[in-house]
Design a protein around this ligand. Structure first.
Ligand SMILES: Nc1ncnc2c1ncn2[C@@H]1O[C@H](COP(=O)(O)OP(=O)(O)OP(=O)(O)O)[C@@H](O)[C@H]1O
Length: 769
């Protein structure tokens, strides 16, 4: 609305008096102020009243325009001035009435505020814009329009057309997204372009080449015009030959610089793409663990790969076009001005009309593209989740169900794509039509100027050639506008990830040369960020001492792994402290900390690399002997040498080509290779048979020297050998002592031991039977 009234503010000062200009500016500001009205919460009665008021609006509008028509002669306003003043007064009246209805009753459900404002702008402003243009050609047209305003059939048709436009807008508008997400993208084109600043030097070179090349392109129309005059006036033939030669040389030079420019541009854009993709990936890797708990893997992958690809492609293609055509438009217009300012002004006045179309459809695109990306990410999520869990899907015969879910998500994308296609077709159609109208108008007006000897024939030929290039360059720029919006839309989520500041940052700096490894949990209280209302750890306090193996036992979901995650600095506790050698664990430098604290988790994750690379993960190129020693400690050397390619055998995706027990041993070797001061084994030997587990434990415990070891075990036999056992129940430490002490106490630990023994006995009786 504000924009529409800005257009009219541009027209009026060109054509009318200062008084009328003041009126325009007032209406302009009134419209702007009107946007600040806020409607009360709507209910059905209010909505009905609003609908009734809106239905009576055409009658009120008709009466008001008749009154304004009668007032015009009294104010001594005629022709174009009368049309402009009536339109502006009508615009002000309609805006104030609509906003009053909105402020008092709200709007009916079938009407968006944007749609209503669009209708008001269309009804009031299209006519003065059209009249301004036609008055250049036929001053009589204004009188016809003034007569038309008094006729009810013309009135009905203009309302009918506006309603059709409104309905189309309402159905295509992505504002009424069912999810309730009002798709208001925050990324600006400027932000997108800021990704290009590191390559400023290259773009400067591209710009220089562009200027040279564009100037060269101006040669053909210029010399064609000159030659036309020479031919018609039969002037100097040698100048004619020189002109042809100069024109050929300039055009060839322009082609060579164009080639160089394209080459440099494409190479630079590949660098930009690579830069964006790696920045997004790096930024995602910096996020806190809670981010990964809530964000879906498929969604993140889609952002890093598909979205960045779409954005870079779109940006690369459009920026190229934008630079080329913008440069061309500038030079062409300068040459056109030189030939005839009247014709150039006429061309310029037609531009705002054809600019309105891409502005509107560009907004469609940006929002639609945003929704398409989101829906694609949802489909990707289903595919990647299914493929990652293929064994579970197969064992539950869930293939058909997963395929159906995938198709369902794809159909949603298809529905949005259809909307996008309709919006694009409509935009192209309207754009071509407006471009054609402008061309015809200019040719007609230009012809009249030639017949009245205002410009020479040669100048007209040159002008027409420039003008044809100019309009097609403007058309390309306009057609490109929705694509630029699309690129901006696609960049929304990418920037969301790129600009996201991790809620937890490991900014510690401590890197002491010696670390004892004394860990203290001091009144730690914690709940996961995704479930803040559920306390997982309640005032937990315990110590892990150097040279001691501490076992943490307790029923399932009592919070054992949570203690490990906190010690690994994946989350920050809401209350209490975790200290390492008397200092908060957050004070230590990130790399240093993780080289001193190693974890073997419940579900060891291996990478799709060789077994050797998995063991030496994160340590670079280590001597093979070190890797083998660590593997021997973890009792993994035997099975690794038995594999087809030994240490070079590929572990498969997520270590899928190894058994769970083998994976656990590789993971233990990986942790031991770092020779950590604090070793955490979170049920890390659960898949090993008792004998292998015993061997691994002996190696780990005996080799621990002054190492601090924390073992979490479901099998209490694993905990039995620990120096100290902590019992965690319902997020609280309920008991502490050695195996023997706890058995003698007869508390929950001894009950757990008894239950496990009974379980074993039952199992062996069943086996005997
Ligand atoms: N990422 C998470 N987000 C939200 N809640 C979580 C998350 N991880 C665990 N929980 C919840 O925290 C509680 C404690 O989980 P935790 O994994 O620490 O238990 P545990 O004692 O290690 O269990 P188990 O012995 O079965 O491995 C559980 O209720 C669990 O549902």
């Amino acid at each position: 609305m504000y924009w529409a009234s800005s257009v009219i503010s541009f027209f009026v000062p060109c054509l009318s008096s200062g008084c009328l200009y003041a009126l325009t500016v007032s209406v302009h500001h009134l419209c702007f102020l009107g946007l600040w009205f806020e409607a009360p919460p709507p209910n059905s009665l209010r909505r009905m009243k609003a609908a009734l008021a809106l239905c009576s609006l055409p009658a009120l509008d008709f009466a008001a325009v008749q009154l304004l028509l009668m007032l015009s002669p009294l104010l001594q306003l005629q022709g174009l001035l009368a049309i402009t003043w009536i339109s502006l007064a009508r615009l002000g009246l309609l805006v104030v009435t609509c906003h009053t209805i909105y402020a008092v009753w709200g709007l009916p459900v079938w009407l968006e505020r944007e749609v209503l404002l669009l209708c008001v702008a269309l009804l009031s402003l299209l006519l003065p814009c059209y009249t301004t243009l036609t008055s250049f050609i036929d001053p009589q047209a204004t009188a016809e329009i003034l007569c038309g305003w008094g006729r009810s059939d013309v009135w009905a048709i203009s309302y009918l057309i506006t309603v059709v436009v409104a309905v189309l807008w309402f159905h295509l508008s992505p504002f009424k997204d069912k999810s309730g997400a009002k798709g208001q993208p925050s990324a600006s084109l400027g932000k997108l372009l800021s990704c290009l600043t590191p390559y400023g030097g290259r773009f400067l070179a591209v710009a220089i080449l562009l200027v040279v090349s564009s100037l060269g392109e101006m040669a053909i129309p210029y010399y064609t015009g000159q030659m036309t005059d020479w031919i018609l006036n039969e002037e100097n033939p040698s100048a004619f030959c020189t002109a042809i030669l100069t024109m050929s040389l300039l055009t060839t030079g322009s082609a060579v610089t164009e080639f160089l420019c394209d080459f440099l541009y494409n190479v630079t854009m590949s660098l930009v793409h690579m830069g964006i993709q790696s920045r997004v990936f790096c930024s995602v890797l910096q996020q806190e663990m809670a981010f990964f708990d809530t964000a879906q893997t498929g969604d993140i992958t889609s952002r890093i790969t598909a979205d960045t690809q779409a954005m870079s492609e779109s940006l690369s293609k459009n920026l190229n076009l934008l630079m080329w055509y913008l440069m061309r438009v500038i030079f062409l217009y300068l040459f056109m001005l030189k030939l005839s300012w009247k014709l150039s002004l006429f061309t310029l006045l037609g531009l705002p009309v054809i600019m309105a179309i891409p502005k509107l459809s560009g907004t469609f695109y940006q929002n639609l593209s945003f929704q398409v990306q989101a829906s694609l990410a949802r489909a990707n999520q289903v595919a990647s989740e299914t493929l990652a869990n293929m064994k579970t899907v197969r064992s539950f015969a869930g293939e058909e169900e997963e395929a159906e879910r995938y198709v369902e998500r794809l159909s949603e994308t298809y529905r949005l794509n259809k909307k996008e296609a309709v919006a694009y077709a409509g935009f192209t159609w309207a754009n071509s039509l407006s471009g054609l109208a402008l061309k015809v108008g200019i040719l007609y007006y230009g012809g009249r100027l030639v017949t009245s000897d205002y410009i020479s024939s040669g100048d007209l030929v040159a002008f027409v050639l420039y003008e044809l290039q100019f309009t097609s360059a403007v058309e390309v720029l306009l057609r490109m506008y929705p694509d630029v919006k699309k690129a901006v839309g696609a960049s929304e989520k990418i920037f969301e990830y790129m600009d996201r500041t991790p809620k937890i940052t490991a900014a510690g700096i401590l890197t002491p040369e010696t670390l004892e490894g004394h860990v203290t949990f001091q009144n730690v209280t914690f709940s996961y960020p995704s479930r803040l209302d559920t306390l997982v750890l309640k005032d937990v306090s315990f110590q892990l001492r150097p040279g001691e193996v501490t076992a943490l036992v307790g029923p399932s979901a009592s919070g054992k792994s949570t203690c490990v995650w906190l010690l690994e600095r994946f989350y920050q506790p809401q209350g209490g402290k975790i200290l390492l050698d008397g200092k908060s664990i957050w004070e230590y430098e990130q790399k240093y900390f993780h080289s001193k604290v190693a974890l073997v988790s419940q579900e060891p994750v291996l990478f799709a690399r060789s077994v050797r690379e998995n063991i030496a993960y994160g340590l670079g190129d280590l001597p093979q002997d070190d890797v083998i020693t660590a593997a021997k400690y973890a009792n993994a050397h035997g099975f690794i040498t038995g594999l087809k390619d030994g240490y070079q055998t590929d572990a498969g995706e997520k270590g899928g080509q190894l058994s769970v027990g083998q994976k656990q041993r590789v993971a233990i070797a990986r942790a031991l290779l770092r020779d950590p001061q604090i070793l955490i084994l979170d049920d890390a030997t659960s898949a090993l048979d008792t004998e292998t587990e015993h061997m691994v434990q002996t190696a780990v415990y005996n080799g621990s020297r002054q190492r601090t070891v924390l073992v979490i075990a479901h099998r209490l036999s694993t905990a039995e050998r620990a120096d100290r056992i902590l019992v965690l129940e319902g997020g609280q430490i309920t008991d502490e002592g050695t195996h023997q002490e706890l058995l003698e106490k007869g508390g929950s630990y001894s009950r757990m031991v008894q239950k496990q023994l009974q379980g074993f006995q039952k199992d062996s009786t069943n086996e005997e039977e």
